[in-house]
Design a protein around this ligand. Structure first.
Ligand code: TRP
Ligand code: SF4
Length: 326
């Protein structure tokens, strides 16, 4: 038995970007070595905000699974599955919804914010309000006690702990209280200097081709104070330098010095960076290609993952039903 059980998930949004890779995914790759890990492609969660158009969902799931495996999430070391393949999540969600006060959900900051932000979409739904209950059931069904997520998910984890306490108090202690793992992720800016995000269109995908990488690095914003090569630069305000921090620890000092002394021009600096990123991500592209040529493998991984997950989920659910006398 391993010390901790780890559970996390992502909504299937298609191809992931370098920020996702250096943030969440590299952390998962480490966690799978030490702990029992469950990683879920949360397609039901995707429905909570995108129930109207689902044409893309299967393709998105496939692409995300390929990205996960290409960066080193290993289906031999952890359990990768599609949320909707494990129906037990839905039963637990239903049972937990019975004991979750509405007020807890309505005061959830992510709920209030998203309702405001996505005002073009109609997410005034029962399903969207219950988003954190669904997430709670994802976690609890494996009795996971560690949940690696971004800080933005912390209110959901707080809610999960409240639901655990209420359940354990009302019936029998069945669940541990899940704790977040918030690693300091290297924030990778988008090519325009804002946060790397799909909605800003400023991202570099994990699966980007060398040409795309060169092109995206080419348009990155640098130190605006630099006009001529001989102008001393300020790496700390430069986007290109932020990428060096993520991809080229070894080159950092050299680049800083050359930049501050005005010995290197931004064009050359970018060319070197593009080369570095292309080199570092080469194994990922190769792995992706192999997986793309073998779609059956992806289906098998998800099927096998679902089978393993279902076994544990069913065990937990039996305890839950017995605790609730249902
Ligand atoms: N809500 C999470 C997000 O958007 C995704 C998610 C779904 C999740 N189920 C989960 C994360 C269970 C951790 C545990 O990032
Ligand atoms: Fe940025 Fe490099 Fe230009 Fe310096 S030389 S401002 S680090 S791109």
């Amino acid at each position: 038995m391993k010390d901790h059980t780890v559970m996390s998930g992502m909504r299937p949004t298609g191809r992931l970007h370098m920020g996702n890779m250096l943030g969440a995914l590299m952390n998962w790759v480490k966690l799978q070595e030490e702990y029992e890990c469950y990683f879920s492609i949360a397609d039901w969660h995707a429905l909570t905000t995108g129930y109207e158009s689902t044409e893309q969902i299967n393709e998105n799931i496939k692409q995300m699974t390929i990205d996960w495996i290409s960066v080193g999430i290993d289906p031999e070391k952890c359990t990768i599955f599609r949320q909707s393949h494990v129906k037990q999540h839905a039963e637990l969600h239903l049972l937990l919804s019975m004991l979750t006060p509405l007020s807890w959900l309505e005061r959830c900051p992510t709920y209030k914010e998203q309702l405001k932000q996505l005002d073009g979409k109609d997410i005034n739904t029962y399903g969207f309000l219950g988003y954190p209950v669904l997430m709670t059931s994802d976690i609890l069904i494996y009795k996971a006690d560690r949940v690696p997520v971004g800080e933005d998910q912390e209110p959901h984890l707080e809610l999960a702990r409240e639901i655990v306490r209420r359940f354990n108090y009302l019936y029998t202690p069945v669940f541990p209280e899940p704790e977040g793992i918030h690693t300091k992720v290297k924030v990778l800016p988008g090519v325009d200097g804002r946060k790397m995000s799909k909605s800003y269109g400023n991202l570099i995908e994990i699966s980007a081709t060398p040409e795309t990488i060169r092109q995206k690095v080419g348009v990155m914003v640098t130190d605006p104070a630099r006009v001529r090569k001989s102008d001393p630069g300020h790496p700390d305000v430069c986007n290109v330098y932020a990428f060096y921090k993520a991809f080229g620890e070894k080159q950092l000092e050299e680049v800083r010095e050359a930049c501050e002394k005005g010995l290197i021009g931004c064009v050359e600096c970018k060319k070197n960076l593009a080369k570095l990123i292309i080199e570092k991500t080469k194994p990922i592209r190769e792995k992706r290609k192999a997986l793309e040529n073998n779609p059956k493998l992806i289906d098998d991984v998800l099927e096998d993952g679902a089978m393993r997950a279902t076994k544990i989920a069913e065990q937990t659910l039996e305890e839950v039903r017995s605790a609730m006398k249902i």
